[in-house]
Design a protein around this ligand. Structure first.
Ligand code: C2O
Ligand code: CU
Length: 466
């Protein structure tokens, strides 16, 4: 994986620094109507994730024959066509879903619903134009707990040419691994945990490394872009040793940037920060997870060189994405209850069932990614406004993700600060919230919990927009 060396970083001017990413970047910006597709080959590799051994059969995407590490950070440009060819070199069917991108339904990557399975040895061409700038991510939508759990989660950065310039950028793909002694994969879940908050990994990583250490210019402004791609873990992010300001959540700029104290974000969600590096060379800034009683380090950033003496206030605000606001005077209300359900065995599926149903939306448990007779949660009319009245009737938090559309949290009995529009709400225990959106994208769009054990044991449904 090409990681920028400290030397390169020190030499880079602010403008040059802004054009690379420490998480390894891939240009995908031909600007032409039909860009040549980025090759994304889903494949099995050996990877060093644990300290006590090499993990065999890790799943990743590579852009050439020999991937050596995590899926590439894909760079796209807002409003410019993007194309990728998924080549399946796994030994099971797969697809790619582009989480958070409001693109046409046929490119959404849900097998049986929006496209056929991509069988081993086959390929599938994705082509679309991302309408929004920000940080997004990509992952399979088939046998999802295993395929994501074994590595197939990658970050997408959609650039806006009018973005402010930073002195450095760090992209962090946050996730865990369920590994036993010697680094071999453990069973992906425990039924008892699936019926609660989900089964946690044993190894915590950022960019497939435990506590990776980065360098950035002293006194400089660093754009840190984090994506929670784990199948289970909810993070409570904090920064020690530097001023940090939150500028975007789930791909959308916050109206008023705010100081990072402690910020919860769940599977599927993203956070963008400005870190103002300390002036003294060698000072280490620590990004940590403060959830629970034992905080731990996600990654560190060390100040290098003479201070650039930048001011956080120097950064101009990010431009808002073109997301329509719901018309609340005409919006139809749709109640959605998230509950536990009686346990029973679902029908077998080519995309892997976990063998249980434990959860339900409006009393219907559906494992998702399966061809079965479940009806849409609701049929929506193209162009109309809707308000989802969501209720979490469980004692667990659920990151609820809607494909293909972004919504705004209009009200909640559990929060004072309402975030910008999003594709994923971390629905808190006993939270009741109203989510407003315009049904401006045709097709069948999944809504599911992004704790994948919950998704795959019933907490999944879809809307049909026609
Ligand atoms: Cu990341 Cu169905 O979603
Ligand atoms: Cu859930």
């Amino acid at each position: 994986m090409p990681v920028i060396s400290r030397r390169t970083l020190l030499k880079g001017s602010a403008a040059a620094a802004a054009s690379f990413s420490l998480g390894a970047g891939l240009a995908a910006r031909s600007g032409a109507a039909a860009p040549s597709p980025l090759s994304l080959k889903a494949q099995l590799i050996d990877a060093k994730l644990a300290t006590d051994g090499i993990t065999p059969k890790v799943m990743t995407y590579g852009t050439d024959q020999a991937a050596t590490g995590m899926p590439p950070v894909i760079r796209m440009r807002k409003g410019e066509p993007f194309a990728a060819r998924l080549v399946n070199a796994l030994d099971e069917p797969t697809t790619i879903h582009w989480h958070g991108l409001r693109i046409v339904n046929a490119m959404d990557g849900v097998p049986e619903m929006t496209q056929p399975y991509v069988y081993p040895g086959d390929s599938f061409d994705y082509a679309f134009t991302p309408p929004d700038a920000g940080i997004f991510w990509y992952h399979p939508h088939c046998n999802t707990l295993t395929q994501m759990g074994h590595g197939l989660t990658g970050v997408i950065v959609v650039e806006n040419p009018s973005d402010p310039v930073f002195d450095a950028e760090i992209v962090l793909n946050l996730r865990d691994w369920r590994l036993g002694n010697g680094g071999a994969f453990l069973a992906p879940f425990k039924p008892r945990d699936a019926a609660r908050g989900g089964t946690y990994g044993t190894i915590r990583t950022a960019n497939w490394q435990q506590e990776p250490a980065y360098d950035a210019p002293s006194g400089g402004l660093v754009r840190v872009r984090l994506a929670a791609t784990d199948v289970t873990r909810i993070y409570t992010l904090g920064a020690d040793g530097a001023a940090a300001v939150v500028i975007a959540l789930d791909g959308n700029p916050v109206e008023t940037p705010f100081h990072l104290d402690r910020l919860d974000f769940g599977p599927g969600q993203r956070v963008e920060l400005i870190l103002r590096m300390p002036d003294t060379e060698g000072t280490v800034v620590r990004l940590g997870n403060f959830r629970g009683s034992h905080p731990w380090t996600i990654a560190t950033v060390r100040a290098t060189g003479a201070s650039l003496k930048r001011d956080i206030g120097d950064v101009k605000p990010l431009a808002a994405n073109p997301i329509a606001e719901a018309d609340l005077s005409t919006a139809e209300r749709i109640p959605l209850d998230f509950t536990a359900t009686a346990e029973h065995a679902p029908a077998p599926s080519i995309c892997g069932t976990l063998g249980y149903t434990l959860w339900a939306i409006n009393k219907v448990p559906w494992p998702g990614d399966t061809l079965d007779p479940v009806a849409p949660l609701s049929e929506l009319k193209l162009g109309r406004s809707y308000v989802l009245q969501v209720r979490n009737r469980t004692p667990h938090a659920h990151p609820i993700h809607l494909h293909g559309l972004s919504f705004r949290i209009l009200s909640s009995n559990k929060r004072t600060m309402l975030p910008p529009p999003t594709d994923t709400i971390l629905l808190l225990p006993d939270e009741q919230a109203e989510l407003g959106f315009v049904a401006d994208n045709l097709g069948d769009w999944l809504l599911h919990c992004h704790i994948i054990e919950h998704q795959k044991t019933g907490m999944s449904g879809y809307f049909r927009i026609a």
